[in-house]
Design a protein around this ligand. Structure first.
Ligand SMILES: Cc1cc2nc3c(=O)[nH]c(=O)nc-3n(C[C@H](O)[C@H](O)[C@H](O)COP(=O)(O)OP(=O)(O)OC[C@H]3O[C@@H](n4cnc5c(N)ncnc54)[C@H](O)[C@@H]3O)c2cc1C
Length: 331
C-alpha cells in the first residue's frame, strides 16, 4: 500500500520545480514537491543556492542573492498550498499508472502525474579553496553568463578552466568585461569544435595555458591567485587572477530514473516534441536544466516549470476520469 496518493508530484526544488508548483497549486492540483535531501553538491533550492548575486532574473532591479530568490519561490508555492518533503526520490516506476515514487525517507508515493525538475550539477575541480570561495561569492563560479558581468570582474584578469565548447564560449564571453582571460587546459589540444577553438585562439584577450591544471585557489575572501601544475613536466607555478570560471561540464541529475526516460548522448533527458515538456511516458513531464543542455538559466528553467505544470494540468483534465466523489459533486 502506498503511503500517499497524489495528483501531481514535482521532483526537485530549483526554479523549474517551484514554478511548476506555483502553477499546479493555483490550478487546485494540490501538488507535492519532493525537494531533495541535500548533499555536498546539491541542496534544496538548487544551483542558485551556491551563488550570491543574481542580476539577470527579471523583477529584481537591484539584484537578489540566489538563496533569497529561491526562498521567495518556495514561499510563493507554499502560499497556494504546495506541500513539501525534504527527501530525495531514489526509485521510480513511471510506466505504471498511477506512477510510483520511493524516497530516501522510505515513503512510497503514488502519483497521477510526475514533473521531473531535478536540474544538473556543475562539475567542479574539487581542489582546495574552490568550494569555499564559490559559496561566498569570492570570485569562483561555474557560470560566466550568470556572473561574468558582475562589477568585481570588470577589467580583471580572469581564468577559465576547460577545453570544450562551453569553455571556449565562456572565455570569449568574458573578454567583454575582462582585461585578460587565461584559458587553462590540461592537454595540448582542445576538445571543442574547430570553429569555437579558432574563435578563442584568435581572440587577442585570450591566452591559452596548455598542459596545465589548477591545483589550488588562493584568497581569503576573494580569489587572488591560482596554484598551477604543468601536466608534462610537473613544474609548479602561480597565476594572479581576479576570478576563476570552471567550465568542465554539467551532470544532469537522472540517476534515480534508472533508464526509464530516454536520454540524449550527453545524459540530459530527451524530449520527443520540440517546445513541449511531455516525455515519451504518458503523464510524465520534465522541466529545467535536467533536459536543457543549451540555455541553463534560471529564467528558462522557470519557464519550463510553467509549461510542464500547464501540460500536467491539461493531461489530468483529458486523461483522468474524475473520482466518484468529484463526479457526484458535479451532478
Ligand atoms: C554558480 C552558478 C551561478 C549561477 N548564476 C545564475 C544567474 O545569475 N542567473 C541565472 O539565470 N542562472 C544562474 N545559474 C544557472 C541556474 O542556477 C540554473 O539554470 C537553474 O538553477 C536550473 O534550475 P532547475 O530548477 O532546472 O534545477 P536546479 O536549480 O539544478 O535544481 C534542481 C533541484 O532538484 C533537486 N534534486 C536533484 N535530484 C533529486 C532527487 N533525486 N530527488 C529530489 N530532488 C532532487 C535538487 O536538490 C535541486 O533542488 C547559475 C548556476 C551556477 C552553478
Amino acid at each position: 500500500m502506498p503511503d500517499q496518493s497524489e495528483r501531481v508530484v514535482i521532483i526537485g526544488s530549483g526554479p523549474a520545480g517551484w514554478t511548476a508548483a506555483i502553477y499546479a497549486a493555483r490550478a487546485n492540483l494540490d501538488p507535492l514537491v519532493v525537494e531533495g535531501a541535500g548533499s555536498r553538491t546539491m541542496i534544496p533550492g538548487g544551483q542558485l543556492m551556491f551563488t550570491t548575486d543574481v542580476e539577470n532574473y527579471p523583477g529584481f532591479p537591484t539584484g537578489v542573492t540566489g538563496p533569497e530568490m529561491m526562498t521567495a519561490f518556495k514561499q510563493q508555492a507554499e502560499r497556494f498550498g504546495t506541500r513539501v518533503i525534504t527527501e530525495d526520490v531514489v526509485e521510480v516506476e513511471l510506466s505504471a499508472q498511477p506512477k510510483v515514487l520511493r524516497t530516501s525517507g522510505g515513503r512510497e508515493i503514488e502519483a497521477d502525474t510526475v514533473i521531473v525538475a531535478t536540474g544538473a550539477n556543475a562539475r567542479w575541480l574539487g581542489i582546495p579553496g574552490e568550494e569555499r570561495l564559490a559559496r561566498v561569492g569570492g570570485g569562483v563560479s561555474a557560470c560566466a553568463v550568470c556572473d561574468g558581468a558582475l562589477p568585481a570582474f570588470r577589467d580583471a584578469r580572469l581564468a577559465v578552466v576547460g577545453g570544450g565548447d562551453s569553455a571556449m564560449e565562456e572565455a570569449i564571453y568574458l573578454t567583454n568585461f575582462a582585461a585578460k582571460v587565461f584559458l587553462i587546459h590540461r592537454r595540448d589540444e582542445f576538445r571543442a569544435s574547430p570553429i569555437m577553438a579558432e574563435r578563442a585562439l584568435g581572440n587577442e584577450k585570450i591566452e591559452v595555458l596548455w598542459n596545465t591544471v589548477v591545483t589550488e585557489v588562493h584568497g581569503d575572501d576573494f580569489v587572488e591567485k591560482l596554484a598551477l601544475e604543468d601536466t608534462v613536466t610537473g613544474a609548479a607555478s602561480e597565476l594572479e587572477v581576479g576570478g576563476l570560471f570552471v567550465a568542465i561540464g554539467h551532470e544532469p541529475n537522472v540517476g534515480f530514473l534508472d533508464g526509464q526516460l530516454p536520454l540524449k548522448e550527453n545524459g540530459y533527458v530527451q524530449l520527443p516534441n520540440p517546445g513541449r515538456m511531455a516525455t515519451d511516458i504518458s503523464g510524465v513531464f520534465v522541466a529545467g536544466d535536467v533536459t536543457d543542455d543549451f540555455y541553463r538559466q534560471a529564467i528558462t528553467a522557470a519557464g519550463m516549470g510553467c509549461q510542464a505544470a500547464l501540460e500536467a494540468e491539461r493531461w489530468i483534465a483529458l486523461e483522468l476520469k474524475p473520482s466518484p466523489v468529484e463526479s457526484a459533486a458535479g451532478d
